[in-house]
Design a protein around this ligand. Structure first.
Ligand code: PLP
Length: 332
């Protein structure tokens, strides 16, 4: 059996009761190979627009091409290993391609990719300072600066795995703020608590509402205007209706950059109502939050500084690798 390259590691493998050898890369060479493929295929930064977005195959054919058999023999040559890696790339979607128009991807750049790889290599966690000192301090400092960027003088936050989760955190905090006893006693024996959000908002709000036990009947879908904007007037009207039904509104989600239209709700008018009615105001700025960095478009976020919490996905417009989401809250 020919082993292709010098320095390869040979492993004995039992095949039908007989030992044979398969090959693997030696120390660091596999990582170098991955880097070579990433560079060759331009998987970050600007992609050659004449390349395919994806070499698409139906699932059955693709399973065969990728040879997804746990009991397959090990690779006998390095070429075979390379081919496994290259097939994965060939049949994956290039989300940074200029002709890739699926939802809200922004591509990744070299800085983001390098950071992501370093994190993977560190293979640690941020659950305690002991296991992630540099990362914990970094998160604190970044959150501190983001809080200021969005116009708050103080606040707190956490990076989390996706905007959906960040939106859910906001509902959990709003509920706790309303009545900390709910943590112990649950939602029993009280008026139904109601969440208001626009008919254009992301489905994660509705999903969080039923996951958290509020019930879909207690999510009010506020009708947006012809541009997909939830106006203050529409929120006020919806609130009146909720109150007449004997329910208790406690939370309003406004969206800064809706998923389909890219509409920005009337944050100032909504903030006014939330302050008057003592409702928690959350802004789902997962998509449109990046306008905070633009002198031209920042005005779209006017009023966000009055919100109690917000969610932003730097993985959508900031070339950060997925997932990069931050949840920020005004009250430390
Ligand atoms: N909010 C808005 C407005 C979105 O467009 C999206 C995703 O597209 C989300 C929330 C959810 O973000 P994630 O996919 O990171 O959970």
């Amino acid at each position: 059996m020919a082993l292709q390259a010098q320095g390869s590691k040979k492993h004995p493998v039992v095949e039908n009761g007989v030992y044979r050898e398969c090959v693997s890369y030696s120390d660091g060479e596999l990582l170098q190979k991955v880097l070579d493929i990433v560079k060759k295929e331009k998987l970050y930064g600007k992609v050659d627009e004449y390349k395919k977005v994806v070499d698409f195959r139906q699932p059955e054919e693709l399973s065969k091409i990728l040879d997804l058999n746990m009991c397959r023999d090990g690779c006998r040559t390095r070429g075979e290993i390379d081919e496994v890696l290259e097939r994965i790339v060939r049949h994956s979607v290039r989300t940074q391609h200029p002709h890739f128009f699926n939802q809200l991807y922004g591509g990744i750049d070299e800085v983001g990719l390098a950071g992501a790889w370093l994190l993977e290599a560190l293979n640690t966690n941020q659950h305690t300072y002991e296991v992630g000192p540099a990362l914990v301090v970094t998160e604190f400092r970044v959150v501190e600066q983001l809080v200021k960027l969005f116009g708050w003088t103080s606040g707190d936050g956490i990076f989390c795995s996706g905007g959906s989760l960040a939106n859910m955190y906001s509902i959990v905090l709003a509920r706790h703020h309303l009545d900390p006893d709910i943590k112990k006693k649950g939602l029993f024996g009280r008026k139904p608590l109601v969440i208001l959000t626009s008919d254009q908002s992301h489905y994660s709000i509705t999903k969080a509402a039923f996951w958290l036990g509020f019930g879909l009947d207690n999510v009010v879908s506020v009708v947006s205007d012809t541009n997909g904007v939830m106006t203050g007037e529409a929120v006020a009207e919806a609130l009146e209706k909720v109150k007449k039904e004997g329910k208790q509104p406690f939370y309003v989600n406004a969206t800064a950059g809706t998923t389909v239209f890219g509409a920005f709700d009337e944050l100032e008018a909504i903030a006014e109502i939330c302050a008057a009615e003592k409702l928690w105001m959350h802004v789902d700025a997962c998509w449109g939050g990046a306008t905070v960095l633009s002198s031209k478009h920042r005005h779209l976020l006017k009023g966000i500084e009055r919100a109690d919490s917000l969610a932003w996905n730097p993985h959508k417009m900031l070339c950060a690798p997925l997932p990069c989401s931050v949840f920020l809250v005004k009250n430390e």
